[in-house]
Design a protein around this ligand. Structure first.
Ligand SMILES: Nc1nc2c(ncn2[C@@H]2O[C@H](COP(=O)(O)OP(=O)(O)OP(=O)(O)O)[C@@H](O)[C@H]2O)c(=O)[nH]1
Ligand SMILES: [Mg+2]
Length: 370
């Protein structure tokens, strides 16, 4: 299957090479070209060279592939770009890997990038960065997550349930396969300079990949940063209140304000993460071991109790200030530290209290209960 957007310079050669690769290896199959609204003669050229051409007017690499998958008839699908960057002669190796039991076979270009094939910014910044984040978040073990040559069994398409329309489709497929614990194998291949004009938009497509990685992992987007901020905030507050000396000096009011700020923001971000996890679990069919363990252990009432107790502690602290004020005959007051602690506890307690309700509301009518 070849996705094609304005590749008149390359498409006929691609189709011919794909066909002869099948013939030479005695593989039965068809060459499908998904034409993505090309304004040049790509579609006719592909047809003339012997491909079955599918038309998909909605733009985007992902849209093209999803249209192609819906019409593919084979039990194996090998995906190859239409720009002569990949060797069609490698198709039998991908098929052999599927025969050997793999459900997704990824090409890996990283050890054989021909001169001029990949822009240095993609090779040394974009690709390592995005693949690094992808593996940090999703632990796929795939080393070249954006490779355009890959193969899969068509019976895994239902499990993969692919939905993206742009270049981030390349990441989506790898992440979904890893989440579903499919058998993924990797094949080292060469990457050649492109024929014709690139369709990749460096910043737009890079950002779409990154955005996809972030919004599909509430743990990394919210929970871990939130917990780190809140932890740092509590530590800073405790350092001031306990008069610990750090870096050879003691810390006072301003450090306490910074601590309060971090604690409040951290709690807020954490709460957003729980809501995002609840939405993902109940409405997007996501599974997350950490969130599942949390919801098995904690109920709404636990959150209300925790939030209520923290808020109560804040209220009592505020009362202490008022009592001291009365003791001093309602004169001038200088209880800044206590006032900050009281507000910190009240805010965090109320955040936890009401966020617990929101998480619970998100789970009220989960699709499986309807
Ligand atoms: N970007 C893009 N590519 C499409 C689209 N539809 C089909 N394609 C095809 O998807 C394949 C990948 O696009 P390329 O421009 O080669 O992107 P790339 O391989 O990441 O970047 P290069 O290294 O410049 O080749 C090509 O075969 C395109 O013709 C689309 O809407 N957008
Ligand atoms: Mg390309």
């Amino acid at each position: 299957m070849i996705p094609c957007l304005n590749e008149a310079e390359n498409i006929a050669a691609c189709v011919r090479m794909a066909r002869s690769a099948l013939e030479d290896a005695d593989l039965s199959g068809e060459v499908l070209v998904v034409d993505n609204g090309s304004e040049d003669a790509s579609a006719e050229l592909a047809r003339a060279a012997g491909a079955r051409v599918i038309h998909e007017p909605r733009r985007g690499y992902g849209s093209a592939y999803r249209a192609g998958f819906a019409q593919a008839r084979g039990s194996y699908i090998v995906m190859v770009d239409a720009d002569l960057t990949y060797d069609f002669g490698e198709i039998p190796r991908f098929v052999a890997a599927l025969d050997a039991g793999a459900q997704l076979v990824m090409g890996n270009r990283m050890d054989n990038i021909q001169p001029g094939a990949m822009h240095w910014a993609h090779r040394y910044i974009g690709n390592p960065l995005l693949t690094g984040v992808l593996n940090l978040f999703y632990k796929t073990g795939v080393r070249d997550a954006h490779c355009g040559m890959r193969a899969l069994r068509s019976d895994v398409l239902e499990t993969l349930d692919l939905r993206t329309s742009g270049m981030e489709f390349a990441s989506e497929m790898v992440i979904r396969a890893a989440k579903a614990q499919l058998a993924i194998s990797e094949i080292h291949i060469a990457y050649h300079p492109r024929g014709g004009e690139s369709k990749l938009s460096r910043f737009r497509d890079g950002w779409r990949h990154l955005r996809f990685l972030l919004v599909h992992s509430p743990t990394h987007l919210f929970v871990l940063p939130g917990a780190a901020l809140a932890g740092l905030g509590v530590l800073a507050s405790a350092t001031v209140l306990a008069h610990f000396s750090v870096l050879g000096r003691s810390w006072n009011l301003h450090a306490l304000i910074a601590g309060e700020l971090l604690t409040i923001i951290g709690t807020q971000v954490l709460a957003l993460g729980l809501c995002a996890h609840a939405y993902g679990t109940y409405f997007l069919g996501e599974t997350d071991a950490w969130f599942d363990a949390m919801r098995a252990r904690f109920r709404l009432e636990h959150g209300l109790l925790l939030g209520g107790l923290i808020a109560l502690a804040g209220f009592v602290t505020a009362l202490v200030i008022v009592v001291r004020w009365t003791e001093h005959g309602f004169g001038s007051l200088s209880q800044e530290n206590l006032a900050i602690v009281a507000s910190e506890l009240l805010i965090v307690g109320l955040q936890i209290f009401f966020s617990s309700f929101l998480v619970s509301i998100l789970g009220l009518r989960r699709p499986e209960d309807r």
